[in-house]
Design a protein around this ligand. Structure first.
Ligand code: IMP
Ligand code: MG
Length: 181
């Protein structure tokens, strides 16, 4: 794995695809044990969570459904602090076990706002599965139920995570290289 450059920023390898795939299988086993028989609805937060959701959903061994929502709160490499709902929810989630699938929980602003909106629709259970979690960046009262990797507050790309729309198709995760000046 080599370094990659997007918009003049250099990134170095951080988490390899084999490690990501193995960890997603573990999460799927835990979700199967916790939610088996409840026909959970996986609610995928687009765009970033789609590769994670695709692997996770196919590895879960119980009847399950999937649906998609789209939100945006980021520009460049830092949070704008505002969350806009772009594509809404069509399913009736009342009485359902809902698993929100995120690429990353950073400040927690996005997921906190989404969970509040979803809670108002009276699901039986509301859980969060996130591939990545930056606990030191957290500024909201949220605790993801299923976490792939807890990482330090560094900017990463790949496996769905983007820099202004780019790099989502990298099969591995890369971290922004520290400037040597
Ligand atoms: P939060 O609202 O601050 O928790 O940010 C959540 C959203 O910000 C995620 O769904 C990502 O789209 C984006 N984000 C946070 N950290 C990163 C990162 O390191 N790389 C790319 N996108 C990120
Ligand atoms: Mg993003």
């Amino acid at each position: 794995m080599e370094q990659v450059t997007y918009n003049g920023l250099t990134f170095e390898p951080y988490i390899r695809r084999e490690k990501i795939e193995a960890r997603i299988k573990e999460l799927a086993r835990t979700i199967t044990a916790d939610c088996g028989g409840k026909r959970p609805l996986f609610l995928v937060v687009l765009n970033g969570a789609f590769p994670f959701a695709s692997d996770l959903f196919r590895a879960v061994e119980t009847d399950a459904e999937i649906s998609f929502i789209r939100l945006k709160s980021y520009e460049g490499t830092s949070s704008t602090g505002t969350v806009k709902e772009v594509i809404g929810l069509n399913e009736d989630i009342q009485g359902r076990t809902v698993i929100v699938v995120e690429d990353i929980v950073d400040t927690g602003t996005t997921i906190h706002r989404l969970l509040n909106d979803l809670r108002a629709k009276n699901p039986a259970e509301l859980k969060v599965a996130t591939l990545l979690f930056k606990p030191e960046s957290l500024r909201c009262d949220v605790k993801p139920d299923y976490v792939g990797f807890a990482i330090p507050p560094k900017f990463i790309i790949g496996f769905g995570l983007d820099l202004d729309g780019l790099a989502r198709n990298l099969p591995d995760i890369y971290v922004l290289k520290e400037q040597a000046d």
